[in-house]
Design a protein around this ligand. Sequence first.
Ligand SMILES: Cc1cc2nc3c(=O)[nH]c(=O)nc-3n(C[C@H](O)[C@H](O)[C@H](O)COP(=O)(O)OP(=O)(O)OC[C@H]3O[C@@H](n4cnc5c(N)ncnc54)[C@H](O)[C@@H]3O)c2cc1C
Length: 398
Amino acid sequence: MNRQPVLIVGAGPGGLCAALTLQKRGIRCLLVERVPEERLFADVGGGYDIGLNSLKMLDRLGVGDAVRQQGRKTAAVLSFTSNDVLYDRMTLPEDVDAVGVLRSTLQRILLDGLDPSMLRCDAKVVAVEPQHDGVTVTLHTGEQLHAEVLVGADGAHSAVRKATFPKDPPLHFCGLTCAWGRTPLDALPSVLADQMPALDHAISVTGPGRILLAGCPGDSWLWSAFWRTDRFTSSTSGSLRTVQQQFVDWGPRTTGLLHHADPDTVVKVGIFDRDPIPSWSAGRTIFIGDAAHPMTPFLGQGANSAMIDAFVLANLLADETPESAFSKFERRRKVPVEKNVASARSLARWMTTENRLSALAFRSMMRLVPSSLLLRAITSADHVNDVTDLIPKIPQPG
Ligand SMILES: Cc1cc2nc3c(=O)[nH]c(=O)nc-3n(C[C@H](O)[C@H](O)[C@H](O)COP(=O)(O)OP(=O)(O)OC[C@H]3O[C@@H](n4cnc5c(N)ncnc54)[C@H](O)[C@@H]3O)c2cc1C
């Protein structure tokens, strides 16, 4: 049986960041990912706003500049009504280092820093069994791997979590369906391109029960469209048509972006989060990122939290026994991150309310509250990701 000190399941932002940090600290680990390597980067569409603290941490891992160069710094966020009336402009100060980047770009950058022997793709975990000296994991091929520590970084629908906490309540559906996709810049007719803001501006378009968010991290507008639904149906067929129908009565900025989108890039998901559970660990298994604390995307914190979890946990594992590392990790991260989960849930409710009066109240609040206060609200969610004390633990190259 293959034996590893640390086995990480899932090569999303959390898993990759954990592997890279362990590598920098000289700890051997193996990262297993269910999809084949060519599909790891073929995820169509999705992207993230990488925040100030994550960028500082990525700098120390040697990949921050690649993220800045291959993404795009966000200069301002413009808010429009569904019929394209601008009602708020939030300019981000020069010193706010926030970069929009495609998920696939971020994954490739993190992976490029990793010793290739540390990643095994096409390796889906199907069973997890605790042992007295660690955990045994079974892959879909029947192969078994043994680890002293197992890190579940396999996302919101985590198989490791289901196996570890079989009595866990199901994910909480937030009453929202989301589709994201890309509209290539060169697919936009000039009349529509003229209505779009500068490429370093993000936009949000809101109407009762629906919202469209868009930014341009590369050569396409990357948009996510959300609408209220009682339940989520997972069928992805005809997704672009479904989104277009949802927003058919909105202004040309939204309908145009959707009309000219590349249908092959559209992905439809349900928005789920979780109520807190007593612990993120059991025996020698611990969870990070969405596997521990899935949250709605409205605070822009999911991927940032996953990477910071990874960085904190990997540094603790390099210095302490697994028991002590797990307990210090949960003490540091659990309460503040779960507060962000709750804020992200209420923001999702507010920003997509179907009640016209509440929607109007939300827009008025956005208009009336000074940008500096709004900015403070957004950046305060990121305070929990401050890892300045741990950064010096990563040795500088040379
Ligand atoms: C529309 C939208 C916009 C978002 N925008 C932002 C944003 O701006 N900023 C932000 O910080 N966050 C954002 N998020 C949230 C973000 O996508 C997630 O929080 C983040 O991806 C979580 O990272 P993770 O590494 O924990 O898990 P994931 O990214 O879900 O990665 C899990 C990995 O595990 C693999 N896996 C799953 N099961 C198995 C198995 N059984 N065996 C092996 N491998 C497995 C999966 O293939 C995947 O590669 C957004 C989300 C959505 C839906």
